[in-house]
Design a protein. Structure first.
Length: 631
């Protein structure tokens, strides 16, 4: 279907009626006023010039609204990891500005401040420009919406091919002497050339997947945003989670890894392996013990089949190399496995409540349809909810192909390259390579080739170790100094779909951060992401390593959850996050697991402490501290 201007704010600047108005003179601290922590002087040298604030652009940069992207980069960026942010800086922005373009939405600008990534959505407010873009958007987006299933099938083929080509890239140290085959086969190209071109292929592969990432994503969010705005206009006072419930209950790929663990738990019960699973907390010991059992080989075969690709599942957002995948660290899936086995032995139904969610979807949709006064309104509603349901799976499914499967493989390939630099004496540890920006690695590779070709010790042997150590010290200082959630001038309009739906940044949330409405002591407000109310002890999780500390009945408090955390959700009473909107992964996963959630609070991890008794109201978006914990 094609979206018309009467259906969506993506075809025009939305009305500000009912939105929180910016208070004259009220703003966040200037980005130029942020002080460098003692000991982190020179941090700017780790990042490219175009990602930094500059005096030449002070008027522009000081007048913009910047918010901390703790969703994708919760810590100071490693120099190499900027490839991810720089990737989507172009890939996401070009879809809103040059490819579709979305009428009132510009791109999303980036700046690195004290090592942390801040982003700023641009808006198009000139009515003539909005109208011109709307005409172009209608034709281009309409083509994708009308052929969505076919295009999505093509997308899966492209993404899978990109992953297979990534798998084929191999890095190895340069040989002592070039193999004889290089001479007898007359190829004329040698190991030094192969090393450079393989690295080039690695980087190009990353940017290729980055482009696929956003081919359909902005349209997916745009269609849902259109449906949301129709509902808000037609049903004044309707909550975001009620709107979301009308498209929930869709079986998406991000739940497949957790479903595989559940299947393995059921198989362990069926094969009589429960005792050996429950008696071994260490995954390696558990696997060895299972292999010694009579039916252990059958279970291990199922386990190996599930691992690839489903255990290429990042424990974070997939945007930083420190977000290790299940396949690198089996503790999280094995902890879940033991929990599911215990549940099965206790007679519990460990399946996700999919049928109940689908039934609620049907009920809510039918109820609200009856509130529409005319047949034309009902037809518009039917078309919009159908489109939202059609595109919604891609909004989450792409995440498995891109951030999890592809990016986890990508980080493993970079570590292979790190081994090359260790073998040639440039670095002490493969992980040190992440302290180099990707463009610096081109220079380091050529330096390595020079040393190999000439027999003279490469400059990098003495250059990179002290430089890596300097950068490590700086980053450690930056990490100890957490960033402000926002900087600069509050925006008049926020019209970029990802900013609203994924990050949950709206005029209202910005005003909450400014404290315009005031927040009572012991109370935080955010986006009501998943319905229900729960009370429990807070479990503040800053690092995925802490997930093993979660206990039954805890309320998870985090910057943002990752889809791979889903196995611990069965132990939780509720979830709270600093960042995120109604379509953030935290919100989606919680709704599909029937778990109350409030996201986009801004300050939960810095104001709530582990052990405090808190109440989470997923109906109103309020989190209250009920009881302090002893110091």
């Amino acid at each position: 279907m094609t979206l018309t201007s009467s259906q969506s704010s993506i075809d025009g600047v939305p009305s500000s009626e009912g939105a929180a108005e910016a208070v004259p003179g009220k703003r966040f601290a200037s980005p130029f006023a942020v002080q460098t922590p003692a000991g982190a002087e020179g941090w700017q040298s780790m990042y490219p010039y175009y990602a930094l604030l500059s005096d030449e652009r002070r008027e522009l940069e000081d007048g913009k609204f910047w918010f901390f992207d703790g969703m994708h980069n919760p810590e100071p960026l490693y120099p190499f990891d900027t490839i991810m942010t720089e990737n989507w800086w172009v890939a996401a922005s070009q879809m809103s500005t040059r490819v579709w373009p979305i009428p009132p939405a510009g791109g999303i600008d980036h700046r690195i401040i004290n090592g942390y990534l801040y982003i700023s959505p641009n808006a198009v407010t000139d009515p003539a420009e909005v109208a011109r873009r709307a005409e172009e958007f209608s034709v281009r987006a309409g083509h994708y919406y009308e052929n969505w299933d076919e295009i999505y099938e093509q997308w899966v083929a492209k993404a899978t091919d990109c992953i297979e080509r990534l798998k084929a890239i191999r890095f190895a140290p340069l040989p002592e002497i070039e193999p004889a085959s290089s001479v007898t086969e007359h190829r004329g190209l040698y190991s030094s050339y192969d090393l450079l071109t393989k690295y080039g292929a690695l980087i190009e592969n990353m940017f290729e997947m980055g482009s696929y990432h956003f081919e359909m994503l902005n349209l997916g969010y745009g269609a849902y945003l259109t449906f949301r705005e129709f509902c808000q206009a037609a049903f004044p006072g309707i909550s975001d989670q009620t709107i979301a419930s009308m498209v929930s209950g869709i079986d998406i790929l991000l739940f497949r890894p957790d479903d595989e663990v559940r299947r393995l738990a059921q198989l362990a019960v069926d094969l009589g392996l429960t005792e050996v699973v429950l008696n071994h907390e260490d995954p390696a010991e558990a696997l060895a013990a299972i292999g010694e059992q009579a039916d252990g080989a059958q279970w291990l075969a199922a386990f190996e089949k599930a691992k690839d690709p489903w255990f290429w599942f990042s424990t974070g957002a997939g945007y930083t190399h420190s977000d290790r995948a299940w396949i690198d660290d089996l503790r999280l899936p094995f902890t879940a496995l033991r929990g599911y086995v215990q549940g099965l032995l206790a007679g519990e139904d460990i399946r996700r409540p999919l049928e109940a969610i689908l039934a609620e979807r049907v009920r809510v949709t039918a109820e609200y349809r009856t509130y529409l006064p005319t047949e034309a309104d009902q037809e518009s509603f039917d078309g919009l909810v159908e489109l939202a349901r059609q595109v919604f799976p891609f909004v989450e499914n792409h995440n498995f192909y891109v951030e999890h499967w592809h990016h986890s493989l990508f980080w493993s390939k970079v570590r292979e390259l790190g081994d090359v630099f260790v073998a040639h004496g440039f670095l002490d540890d493969r992980e040190d390579l992440f302290y180099l920006h990707r463009n610096e690695i081109y220079s380091a590779l050529y330096d390595l080739n020079i040393g190999w070709a000439t027999g003279t010790e490469a400059r990098g042997v003495t250059y990179w170790r002290p430089e890596v150590e300097r950068r490590r010290r700086i980053r450690d200082v930056l990490k100890a100094n957490p960033p402000a959630p926002a900087l600069g001038a509050p925006p008049e309009f926020i019209t970029e779909p990802l900013t609203v739906m994924l990050w949950g940044i709206t005029q209202e949330s910005v005003q909450e951060w400014l404290g315009v409405d005031g927040q009572e002591g012991g109370e935080l407000r955010g986006v009501a992401a998943s319905a229900g109310k729960a009370t429990g002890r807070a479990r503040v999780i800053i690092d995925p390593e802490q997930l093993h500390e979660v206990e039954d009945g805890d309320i998870l408090v985090c910057r943002i959850t990752a889809p791979s955390w889903a196995p611990v959700f069965s132990r939780l009473a509720a979830a709270v996050s600093d960042v995120g909107g109604i379509m953030a992964h935290t919100a989606i996963v919680c709704r599909e697991y029937g778990l109350p959630a409030v996201v986009g609070t801004g300050f939960a991890t810095t104001t709530i402490r582990t052990g405090q008794l808190i109440e989470v109201d997923g109906n109103t978006g309020v989190v209250r501290v009920l009881e302090e914990v002893a110091q």
